[in-house]
Design a binder for this molecule. Structure first.
Ligand code: ZN
Length: 420
């Protein structure tokens, strides 16, 4: 059994942010204090500045004997940002979580029916569909829950999760001078997951979002199901949007009239954020279909990833250019699959499965037609998308064995905070 987490991010509406500058101010002060705390703590522990650690590395570093040091830093840093007793106590008590999540955990209560209000800082009332945030040294405020939020919370409850804690967060916008914008309340749900003993494999070939993600179900070393996600319609729509943006950008670049140019640019910006949302929605849908399939067959999820260098090279190359978001989408998909797999106790493995090496004889294959690969050595040929699946089939028992020595992590990855 291990503790697993999922986070729901509830956006604080712009109107509230505008009407209540004190909320933004508090969120920014909390953010800055935590950043300084984490930076100082890690510097003391490693002697290094600005290091990027994985959740596992952080977990190994933050051993119980570091608590005293953490407490000392909190005492020193937090008052500088005007953070009073409650925040200091919370950060000290959750000194590890504060460093992991890069946020101060607030205590929280979830009211499902009519339980007594226990005066926690974040009070989530499912019946009235409202999140109240209070006791933070500023006047209280409330955010309405969307229908989708309520449904999401109810699903987690049905899975046996409970609300563990909450955060008040702010997104930093990149730029020369960092600015702070969107505010949110994040609710962290936790449950005990029993790792699933895998009886099958769901193999995911992650190539490019618009080519579709190929998913295969393998049972007893045989491919029993194969499908391409998302459906063609979604891909077509995405491409249409993509071309529209390309045309707008080109027109804006040629336009000499400033007013018209800025009109075209703002239209393009609008469509780009629409595209971003669309990609997120597609990723969401693909991930949930894959996880559903894996849960139905008690399967481990095996993701074939192109190696990191190829990924970065392609992302930065002219070939991808403006298509770079399609690769971003794939990064999102991997994180999403990993998070969901962990939540349901499904084993997850990233494994390099070849798409250009012959699964029959191991020779380097050649591209014959658009998506057809052919082996010059033994004559085997198939569509490019099928080849990683055939490799998974060939290595089925080996991969299954590999998965059975689990590297199950119970550490909350800081990144998961960004997804819901
Ligand atoms: Zn061959």
């Amino acid at each position: 059994m291990s503790q697993v987490y999922r986070t729901l991010k509830i956006r604080i509406p712009w109107r509230l942010v505008e009407e209540r500058p004190d909320v933004l101010d508090l969120a920014v002060r909390m953010h800055l204090a935590v950043e300084e705390y984490a930076k100082k703590l890690l510097k003391e522990l490693t002697g290094q500045e600005e290091l990027r650690l994985t959740a596992e590395e952080l977990d190994r570093l933050l051993t119980p004997d570091r608590r005293e040091l953490a407490v000392k830093i909190i005492d020193e840093v937090f008052p500088k940002y005007g953070l009073k007793r409650y925040f200091i106590d919370q950060a000290k008590f959750f000194w590890r979580d504060t460093a992991f999540w890069r946020a101060i955990p607030l205590n929280a209560q979830l009211r499902v029916e009519n339980e007594r209000d226990t005066s926690k800082a974040v009070f989530v009332d499912l019946e009235s569909g409202v999140v109240r945030v209070r006791k933070l040294g500023i006047p209280p405020f409330a955010v309405k829950l969307k229908k989708g939020n309520v449904a999401w919370i109810r699903e987690r409850l049905e899975e046996g999760a409970r609300l563990k804690l909450a955060f008040l967060g702010v997104e930093r916008r990149r730029g020369k001078e960092p600015t702070y914008g969107k505010l949110y309340v994040a609710l962290v749900f936790a449950r005990e997951a029993t790792p699933v003993e895998p009886r099958a494999l769901v193999v995911v070939d992650v190539n490019r979002l618009d080519h579709g993600v190929v998913v295969g179900l393998l049972v007893d070393g045989k491919i029993v199901k194969r499908k391409r996600l998302p459906d063609e319609r979604a891909v077509k729509k995405l491409w249409k949007l993509h071309r529209k943006i390309g045309r707008l950008d080109a027109r804006a670049a040629r336009e000499t009239d400033l007013t018209r140019r800025s009109f075209l640019e703002s239209r393009a910006r609008y469509l780009k954020s629409k595209r971003y949302r669309k990609i997120r929605a597609i990723v969401e849908q693909i991930a949930s279909e894959i996880v559903k399939l894996a849960r139905e067959h008690q399967a481990a999820i095996v993701v074939d990833t192109m190696d990191y260098e190829t990924y970065i090279a392609r992302k930065q190359s002219g070939e991808s250019g403006d298509k770079k978001h399609l690769y971003d989408g794939l990064g999102q998909l991997r994180r999403r699959l990993k998070d969901l797999a962990q939540w349901y106790g499904l084993p997850y493995l990233e494994e390099r499965l070849y798409s250009t090496v012959c699964p029959r004889c191991g020779a380097k294959m050649k591209r014959e037609k658009k998506r057809i690969m052919c082996c010059p050595s033994c004559g085997f040929s198939d569509t490019r998308d099928n080849i990683p699946l055939l490799w998974a089939k060939r290595r089925y028992w080996e991969i299954l064995q590999k998965i059975k020595q689990p590297v199950f992590s119970s550490v909350p990855a800081p990144l998961t905070l960004l997804t819901s």
